[in-house]
Design a protein around this ligand. Structure first.
Ligand code: LIP
Length: 252
């Protein structure tokens, strides 16, 4: 099944890599921080058709469009373009994220950046891979940690907390990065490029696929209060290499 999911996501990546006139038919959903392009819609339509052909009995929870009930045993949780603003501005740091969830537990995760052709993938219990090669989190402690952050631009109620956390983690660690794509941030922790990622509020499609890739790579992911994440309901995300996870207790 993982190989078949990868094949579908790779074809969707061709749609993004070949995109043109991106700014045309781009509009704001909830303000300038929440964009949707014609490619978000086209890629999600493609993914829904192809993924449900693989698992016809599954539900589908995608970023764009209506959200159906989640009472089916199998559910796809999909972000057709995670890092939409990066995509619109040709930053080439965006991805397609597909999670296949079984009874509320992520069973398969695929995160693909079509610009770098980096395919992160995992099956529960089967390890995590980047372009077919095993990946693992780093063993760096917090003093050597690079922290990636999200600024929760959709909801300015979290601005002060986001920047306060970022400053405290900067003081505890080595440096910080803000890349603009949560799923890739989580995968960068999984492959050891960084040690910590947090964001005060995300939608489930922004982290569901990456959450399995990270845990299969030896990392840990929870809410900022330490509670478990939910692949169906959004909230905060605290993703680490495991060694740095306990820093959370210093951030209360
Ligand atoms: C993005 C996330 C990012 C967050 C942005 C945005 P989108 O997802 O991946 O971490 O900070 O505000 O939500 O909307 O580009 O798919």
């Amino acid at each position: 099944m993982l190989d078949r999911l990868i094949a579908v996501v790779r074809r969707a990546g061709d749609m993004i890599r070949n995109a043109h006139d991106i700014e045309k038919d781009t509009h704001e959903k909830n303000g300038a921080a929440d964009l949707v392009t014609k490619y978000d819609v086209a890629v999600q339509t493609f993914l829904q058709r192809e993924l449900l052909a693989l698992v016809p009995e599954a539900g589908f929870l995608g970023e764009e469009g209506e959200h159906e009930t989640l009472d089916k045993p199998w559910v796809f949780v999909v972000d057709p373009i995670d890092g939409t603003t990066n995509f619109v501005r040709h930053m080439h740091h965006s991805n397609i994220a597909v999670a296949l969830v079984h009874e509320g537990c992520v069973a398969y995760g695929v995160v693909y950046n079509p610009f770098t052709e980096e395919m992160f993938a995992a099956r529960r219990g089967g390890g995590a891979f980047l372009n077919g090669h095993p990946i693992h989190v780093s063993d760096r402690d917090m003093s050597h940690a690079i922290t990636m952050c999200g600024s929760t631009i959709y909801d300015r109620r979290f601005t002060d907390r986001s920047f306060s956390l970022m400053r405290r983690l900067y003081d505890l660690g080595l440096d910080f990065r803000r890349f603009g794509s949560a799923e890739l941030d989580v995968c960068y922790v999984a492959c050891g490029r960084a040690e910590v990622f947090f964001e005060c509020r995300l939608s489930p499609w922004d982290y569901a696929a990456g959450s399995l890739i990270l845990t299969e790579a030896g990392g840990k992911i929870t809410r900022l209060d330490g509670s478990p994440i939910d692949p169906y309901r959004g909230g905060s995300v605290w993703a680490t290499n495991g060694i740095c996870h306990s820093v959370l207790t210093l951030l209360k």
